[in-house]
Design a protein around this ligand. Structure first.
Ligand code: PAF
Length: 291
């Protein structure tokens, strides 16, 4: 088991303060639980950079829309604690919704333009919920380093913007996407997939891989790279929210991949909404070397 599981904000803050007073540095890994190897990779990255690592497990209600999967979001606190312990996480903050949003709570954090396209267009209020809870968590934990996965690419940019704009003294580390052996990006929501949908879900990484290979061969037209990726998912997806190439730091629209660019996909396989992405020039084609 992890050294301590803390449910109250004042306890979590005291544990982090104590670590700092004894000369340590605090690393932080915020999660919504249902942990997989991708989360554990974030925890290992935090361990490599800080002497005391706190993870949080909190299924944040404000980032779910009314028709989304808040009530059925997978939960496994005991299993999560064992996994976090296995990678040396020192403490876990697992608050209740009322601890994070007590009666009278009314402040919300709204990040601007970078939160608007892509998932921002399809999940109204989602990034406001994410930015609000991450700001609260940063205020409680006071980490010097926090690690976020690149699978939630837009979330990562939203957090970076939040940290800059609100002067949080936190170094945000972006961890590369962790994939299953066949290339599927790890996600807690993969647990919803039937065996048949699990196979169809590979269309996301196959589309991104095909586009990344064409990019490596010299293709720079954003619409063409999107077309290649879309062709793969549209055969099997129930619906497609977007397949879009955008500037990798601002998410502004692009026509040519001249500077950095990310190609991002969000679609439904069966009823499960999945996302994945590749950053051109940074990521190798995601199926390279996977047999
Ligand atoms: O990526 C997640 O799991 C969540 O969006 C986060 C950052 C823990 C905020 O609830």
């Amino acid at each position: 088991m992890v050294a301590s599981v803390l449910n109250r904000a004042d306890e979590a803050r005291a544990a982090c303060d104590a670590a700092c007073r004894s000369g340590g540095t605090v690393g932080f890994v915020p999660t919504m639980g249902a942990l997989h190897e991708g989360h554990l990779a974030l925890a290992r990255a935090a361990k490599a950079r800080a002497s005391f690592v706190m993870a949080s497990i909190f299924v944040n209600p404000t980032q779910f829309g009314p028709s989304e999967d808040l009530s059925r979001y997978p939960r496994d606190l005991e299993g999560d604690l064992a996994k976090l312990s296995s990678v040396g996480v020192d403490a876990v903050f697992a608050p209740t919704p009322i601890e994070m949003y007590p009666a009278g709570d009314q402040t919300r954090v709204r990040v601007g333009a970078v939160a608007e396209p892509l998932c921002g267009g399809f999940r109204p209020g989602h990034f406001e919920g994410v930015a609000t809870v991450v700001a609260k968590l940063f205020a409680i934990v006071g980490p010097s380093v926090a690690v976020f996965g690149r699978k939630d690419y837009q979330q990562l940019l939203v957090i970076r913007r939040l940290v800059r704009d609100l002067f949080f003294p936190v170094e945000v580390i972006a961890h590369p996407i962790v994939r299953e052996s066949d290339g599927l990006a790890m996600s807690s929501r993969n647990a919803y997939l039937s065996a048949e949908d699990r196979k169809k879900a590979l269309s996301l990484v196959r589309g991104l891989d095909a586009a990344a290979r064409r990019f490596a061969q010299g293709e720079r037209r954003a619409r063409e790279l999107e077309r290649i990726a879309r062709e793969s998912v549209e055969r099997v997806a129930t619906s497609i929210d977007y397949v879009e190439a955008r500037a990798d730091e601002t998410l502004e629209p692009i026509t040519e991949v001249s500077g950095g660019a990310v190609l991002a996909i969000a679609c439904r396989i069966g009823t499960t909404r999945l996302i994945d992405n590749v950053v051109f020039g940074v990521d190798a084609p995601p199926l390279a070397g996977r047999g």
